[in-house]
Design a protein around this ligand. Structure first.
Ligand SMILES: Nc1ncnc2c1ncn2[C@@H]1O[C@H](COP(=O)(O)OP(=O)(O)OP(=O)(O)O)[C@@H](O)[C@H]1O
Ligand SMILES: [Mg+2]
Length: 319
């Protein structure tokens, strides 16, 4: 196994083309709808498997039709779901999203996903992979206290590790994150998450904080691209110019492209180019997986858009 992904999985139900949000006692008709795989960790697992990484997913779903649908979807990309826990005590989670051109409103029911704990993870299975990835740290309250041990034991077994914190809905931004960062090789927050977790006001200060942990930090900045910090150097790269249909899962798709190349030992510039290409291309359709590119589409896109890639020059942090 190249990579084992541990974390959140749920269904996403996305409505588009609504005239406005419905008020109480009102019915609004949507023009478009998609029922699809959701959860940052699951979207990431599906997408990196599509690129060709041998991938295992470990998470928790209910014993219901939605759980069946999610596991079938992961399997269709070649993801091994044999270690996913099924539990009938609560339904599988669903996130309903009403998507507008410039905004969205969401209702999320986490369901059984929130009860996933360290003891339910087959640790020998994790050790069979070369790399461990986890997304949505703050959305998995029961797993949080086990993450340090999970990452420590994975590293002791020779795996490299990556973490995408995602947003903290309680806006507390700790829950053991500082200790966990010592066990992470690749840290992949977006800009808001980077500032909140480092408790700093600007990116330069955040960069200094993260660099002290000794890992590579990849700060995703939406249509402004990405800044990567390693050993006191920052490499910034612009995003590709696209007209997004829906940016759900752009961060997870970026992670898939970046980590796919990282696992191949590619130089940082190539990891960034693949991350940016996968992030941009993933915005072509609703949801996190449908527009995700094949490896040959990524290569073709990078050739066509070579002129958009600014020279990736390293700059010292103090600059
Ligand atoms: N509008 C866009 N145009 C071009 N590229 C984009 C756009 N939005 C996102 N991307 C690409 O995807 C990457 C990740 O997106 P973003 O910064 O939104 O991550 P995120 O906030 O973690 O997203 P998510 O909501 O999936 O968690 C960006 O660094 C960029 O490469
Ligand atoms: Mg994200």
């Amino acid at each position: 196994m190249d990579i084992v992904v541990v974390g959140d999985i749920n269904a996403d139900l996305i409505f588009t083309g609504l005239p406005s949000l419905p008020a109480f006692r009102q019915l609004k008709h949507a023009k478009g709808m998609k029922f699809t795989l959701g959860g940052s960790s699951a979207i990431f697992a599906y997408n990196i498997a599509r690129l060709g990484a041998a991938t295992g997913f470990v998470g928790k779903v209910g014993r219901d039709h939605v759980g069946d649908f999610l596991l079938d979807t992961l399997s269709s990309a070649g993801v091994d779901t044999s270690r996913v826990v099924r539990d009938a005590t609560l339904p599988t989670g669903i996130c309903v999203s009403m998507s507008f051109p410039q905004d969205y409103a969401m209702v999320s029911y986490p369901g059984i996903r929130e009860s996933f704990i360290l003891a339910e993870i087959d640790r020998d299975y994790v050790k069979r992979a070369r790399h461990l990835h986890l997304s949505s740290f703050y959305l998995q309250p029961a797993l949080q206290c086990g993450c340090l041990e999970l990452f420590r034991s994975a590293r002791a077994a020779g795996l490299t590790t990556s973490l995408d914190p995602d947003h903290d809905p309680r806006e507390q931004w700790n829950s053991g994150m500082q200790q966990l960062l010592h066990e992470v090789d690749l840290f992949l927050p977006n800009e808001t998450e980077a500032l909140r977790i480092s408790k700093t006001q600007n990116l330069t200060s955040a960069v200094r904080t993260f660099d002290s942990f000794g890992h590579t930090t990849v700060i995703k900045r939406g249509q402004d691209g990405v800044s990567v910090i390693r050993s006191g150097q920052i490499i910034s790269a612009p995003a590709f110019n696209v007209k997004p249909v829906d940016t759900t899962g752009a961060g997870d798709s970026f992670n898939a492209g970046f980590i796919f190349q990282y696992l191949h030992g590619a130089p940082l510039e190539k990891c960034i180019a693949w991350g940016n290409a996968c992030g941009a291309l993933s915005t072509r359709a609703l949801g996190g997986i449908d527009a995700f590119p094949t490896p040959s589409e990524v290569v073709q896109f990078l050739v066509e858009r070579a002129h958009e890639m600014a020279a990736l020059a390293g700059q010292p942090i103090s600059a």
